[in-house]
Write a protein that binds this ligand. Structure first.
Ligand SMILES: [Zn+2]
Length: 393
C-alpha cells in the first residue's frame, strides 16, 4: 500500500515536472489545468520540488495580472539547439526554461558535407558555452535539426536524395563523438511544429499543422498534443506531394512535387530576366519593399501551398495551421493567399473556419524546436537529482 502511494506520488510529481518542462514556466493554476491534478496536490508537489531545488518560482505578468511562474531551476543545466539548413547553420544554448543564453548563425556553402558541417556545429557549441562560462559536461543534450526526414530509431535520413551527401551518415553519433554529449536528430519542420505547439502559436491546441515555407516546403503534424512522426519520420513531407503530374523531376525522384513548383530555385527562376540572380533573403526583403514582381511570385506560391495545406487539413482536421519559414516573413503577401486557398478548399459547413496564423516564433521556430527536443529527450529531472536527494521526497 505504501509502495503504491509513493509511486502515485512519484507519478504525480513527474506530471508536474513534465508540464513545466514542456511549457517552460506555468502558474500553479495553469499547472492544475495542464496536469489534471487538484490545486492542493499541485501546491504540495511544487513545495516539495522547491525544497529540493528542482524548481524555482519567479514573478511574471499573465493576462495583465501579476503571477508567479513555476520554472525548472537554472542550475539543472543547459541544452544546445543546432539547425543545419541548405545555406546556413544556427546554434543556440538555452536553459531548462527555454531561455536562450547564447546564439550564433553561420553561413554554409552550397552542397555542404556532413563531416565539415558537424565539425563546425561542434565548434560553435563549444564556443557559445565558453562565452556563457559553462563547461561542456554541464550540457545535458543537443537537439539537431536537418532539412530532411530523419528516422528516430536509426538516426539516419530516411528518404535518399533530399539532402545531397548526407545519406547513410549516422549524424547523431558523428556529433556525439565530437562533443561526448547525447545528440537527438529531427527534421526541421517537425522541430518547428514541436516549438510552436509547446511554446508558440499552437500551444493552446491539441491538433495543429505547422507549415515551413523556406528553401523547400515541409510540415509538422501534431495530433493529440504529440508530434506525429510517421514511418521513418517522413510524416508531413508536403514538399513531395504531387501538384503537377507533368512537372519536373524532383530531388526525391518523383515528378511535379510541390517543391519543384514553390522551392526556392523554382520561385527565383521567373525573376531572373527582370531582377538578376536573387537569393531567398532578397526575394523576401523585395516583397516586403513592395516590389510588384516579387510580391506576385510570393503570393502565387501561397496559393499553391494553400491548396496542398487544404487537402492535408481536410484529412487531419487540425484546429489551427501555423505558417513559418522565411516566406512567412512577408506577412499577408504569403499568408493571405494560403488562408484564401484553405478557406476555398476545406469543407464549407465546418463549425468554425480553420485558422491560418503566422508562426509566433518566426524563423526561430526550428531552433527553439531543437531546444525543446533536447529538453524533452533528456531526463532533466533525473540528472538534477543525481547525487542530491534521489528518492527522498
Ligand atoms: Zn519530391
Amino acid at each position: 500500500m505504501a509502495g503504491s502511494q509513493s509511486s502515485l506520488r512519484e507519478a504525480n510529481r513527474a506530471l508536474v515536472v513534465d508540464a513545466v518542462k514542456r511549457h517552460g514556466g506555468l502558474t500553479q493554476v495553469e499547472l492544475t489545468g495542464a496536469t489534471g491534478l487538484s490545486p492542493a496536490t499541485v501546491s504540495t508537489i511544487v513545495k516539495e520540488l522547491l525544497a529540493g531545488g528542482m524548481v524555482e518560482v519567479r514573478p511574471a505578468v499573465r493576462s495583465g495580472r501579476r503571477a508567479h511562474l513555476v520554472t525548472l531551476a537554472h542550475r539543472v543545466g543547459l541544452v544546445a539547439g543546432v539547425v543545419v539548413g541548405y545555406r546556413q547553420m544556427r546554434v543556440a544554448i538555452a536553459d531548462v526554461t527555454h531561455e536562450v543564453v547564447g546564439e550564433q548563425t553561420l553561413p554554409l556553402p552550397a552542397d555542404h558535407r556532413p563531416d565539415t558541417s558537424l565539425d563546425r556545429a561542434a565548434l560553435l557549441v563549444v564556443d557559445l558555452l565558453e562565452r556563457v562560462g559553462v563547461d561542456l559536461d554541464e550540457l545535458l543534450a543537443i537537439g539537431l535539426g536537418l532539412p530532411a526526414p530523419v528516422d528516430a530509431s536509426s538516426g539516419l535520413i530516411s528518404v535518399r536524395g533530399v539532402l545531397r551527401g548526407w545519406d547513410g551518415v549516422p549524424i547523431a553519433q558523428v556529433l556525439e563523438k565530437r562533443l561526448s554529449r547525447p545528440v537527438f536528430v529531427e527534421n526541421d519542420a517537425n522541430l518547428g511544429a514541436l516549438a510552436e505547439s509547446t511554446v508558440g502559436a499552437a500551444r493552446d491546441y491539441h491538433n495543429s499543422l505547422y507549415v515551413r515555407a523556406s528553401h523547400g516546403v515541409g510540415a509538422g503534424v501534431v495530433i493529440g498534443g504529440r508530434l506525429h512522426r510517421g514511418l521513418g519520420g517522413a510524416a508531413g513531407e508536403i514538399g513531395h506531394v504531387q501538384v503537377d503530374p507533368a512537372g519536373r523531376i524532383c530531388a526525391c525522384g518523383s515528378r511535379g512535387c510541390l517543391d519543384t513548383v514553390v522551392g526556392i530555385p523554382a520561385l527565383l527562376e521567373p525573376l531572373r530576366t527582370s531582377h538578376g540572380n536573387l537569393t531567398l533573403r532578397d526575394l523576401v526583403s523585395l516583397a516586403n519593399d513592395d516590389d510588384p514582381g516579387c510580391r506576385e511570385i510570393v503570393s502565387d506560391a501561397g496559393t499553391v501551398v494553400g491548396a496542398v495545406v487544404a487537402n492535408i487539413a481536410t484529412v487531419m482536421s487540425p484546429e489551427v495551421v501555423v505558417v513559418g519559414g522565411e516566406l512567412a516573413e512577408t506577412g499577408e503577401t504569403f499568408l493571405g493567399p494560403v488562408r484564401e486557398a484553405v478557406r476555398r478548399r476545406t469543407l464549407l459547413n465546418q463549425p468554425t473556419p480553420l485558422e491560418v496564423v503566422p508562426a509566433e516564433l518566426g524563423t526561430r521556430a526550428e531552433l527553439m524546436g531543437a531546444i525543446v527536443l533536447a529538453l524533452q529527450s533528456t531526463d532533466v529531472f533525473e540528472s538534477a537529482e543525481d547525487g542530491t536527494q534521489k528518492g527522498s521526497l
